[in-house]
Write a protein that binds this ligand. Sequence first.
Ligand SMILES: [Zn+2]
Ligand SMILES: [Zn+2]
Length: 237
Amino acid sequence: MRQHIDTIPVWDAFKLDCECPLCELKSTNEDNYVHSFTGGSVMEPDVRVEVNMKGFCARHFKLMMVGDRRLGVALMAHTYLKQTMARLGEASQAVQSVPAKGGFFSRKAPSAGVNLKPLTDSCILCDRLNATMERYVYTTVHLWKKDGSFRAQFKGSKGFCLVHYAELLNAAPEQLSGQELKQFTDMLNEVEMTNLKRVAEEIEWFTLKFDHKNADKPWGNSRDALPRTVLKLRGKE
Ligand SMILES: [Zn+2]
Ligand SMILES: [Zn+2]
């Protein structure tokens, strides 16, 4: 049982006129995390230890290193760099200890060797954000199950990006089963398909507007159809 279900931000996001309420929640939370790591307030010692161990991905370093925040980011980058340098020896040791091809523990492919992702792919901010988004996806399914007015709001929404559509689909069986699971997935599919069709028409009209014959015809909703199509396909950047 999850102790804390924060329904208000989910309700608020679903009231927005947007292509994916979960993307809106994600970008709001990402902003908050960026500020919490660079806001100048003293970091709890255990968070500092985690920052030094995981560092940040390129996207989050980039989002943080603006204006007067650069000194704070540089201090974190320096400490993280030193810790990472100390770990290189460990990584090469691990690779050396994996038997070569043909041995008892032979590798299927060179890339199937030692997992070196902690060296290159770790990000404390991604970890925090992913955990938060997992909670909001859970909450969305929870609200759909418990609250009839939310269900109506969900049904009338503009759907989701495919990333969050897939996350909702995957999260549903944790709380729903049988007829209820079928109802949820059917509704999710219907909302998604209706809105993908709408966006497909909008992007098509966007392309047709390049034809000089259509130059004087109204744009309708197509002026920003390209970024909205990309958002639907891959989520908000
Ligand atoms: Zn999304
Ligand atoms: Zn990240």
